[in-house]
Design a protein around this ligand. Structure first.
Ligand code: 1GP
Length: 246
């Protein structure tokens, strides 16, 4: 229960956080140590590991290295029940509530439940919402779900509300990795007003300005993946933006 409690405490104190998303398929193991050192140096709060489609199956090696070289909590961000690794600290148990595909609402969870119970991983029950970003993303294709239209903040607010009423403890608004447009501040603000859960926002946050926009609108945690893969200096800029709220 540590990470979940901690997320709620941080939210209560208005403390903002950032997570670095590591896609195991894109990790360059030669300079991975460098990235991990920078994550420690700039105070990344969490490392998320995962993706909707993973092809090279080095999750285990990647997590082992993160655990060896940092003290940052590792949270699985799975695309399906194959993406579980017990070396992590916790797992975002994502129910894809913006979609109507039962497989990602509950199906994969049923398959994984006995393993998760045995694993000792902290379970973070998460209402996961995909938001249209202007172009199809891997996750919308793989999950076979329609994202919430970019400008329909009301739909996002009602979806988040329903997720919270069903008992989901975190709300994740995701425009998808490499999104052309991140989730709009208007939508984040509408969701902020409709739920008390911590709100995680990711997808297409590739500048400090976009990070600030998401945080000012009410995100508690921002997730940055692609932006850092393309420009490692962004890590420092994101850290500065997040710290400016403390
Ligand atoms: C995607 O929220 C994450 O699921 C992060 O997206 O890779 O675009 O930063 P980016």
């Amino acid at each position: 229960q540590n990470l979940l409690n901690n997320l709620y405490e941080r939210k209560a104190q208005g403390q903002k956080s950032f997570a670095v998303l590591i896609d195991p398929d894109k990790v360059n193991l030669d300079n991975f140590s460098n990235l991990l050192n920078l994550c420690t140096e700039y105070g990344a709060d969490y490392i998320f590991v995962g993706g909707s489609l993973i092809t090279n199956y080095v999750i285990s090696e990647v997590i082992a290295q993160i655990k060896r070289e940092t003290n940052i909590p590792v949270i699985l961000f799975p695309g399906n029940s194959l993406h579980i690794d017990v070396q992590a600290d916790a797992i975002l148990l994502l129910s894809l509530i913006s979609g109507r595909n039962p497989e990602f609402l509950i199906g994969q969870h049923v398959i994984s439940a006995p393993l998760l119970r045995k694993s000792g991983l902290e379970i973070l029950p998460t209402g996961y919402m995909l938001i249209d970003s202007g172009k199809p993303t891997t996750v919308s294709y793989i999950s076979n779900t329609t994202p919430i239209p970019h400008d329909k903040a009301g739909i996002a607010a009602c979806t988040a509300m329903a997720g919270e009423m069903l008992g989901l403890k975190l709300t994740y608004l995701d425009a998808g990795s490499g999104a052309m447009n991140p989730v709009s501040p208007e939508m984040i603000a509408a969701v902020r007003q409709s739920v008390d859960t911590p709100i995680i926002v990711g997808g297409g946050i590739n500048t400090a300005k976009k990070a600030k926009n998401a945080l000012s609108a009410g995100a508690d945690v921002i997730v940055v993946g692609n932006g850092i893969e393309q420009n490692i200096d962004l890590l420092k800029e994101i850290a500065i933006s997040v710290n400016s709220y403390q």
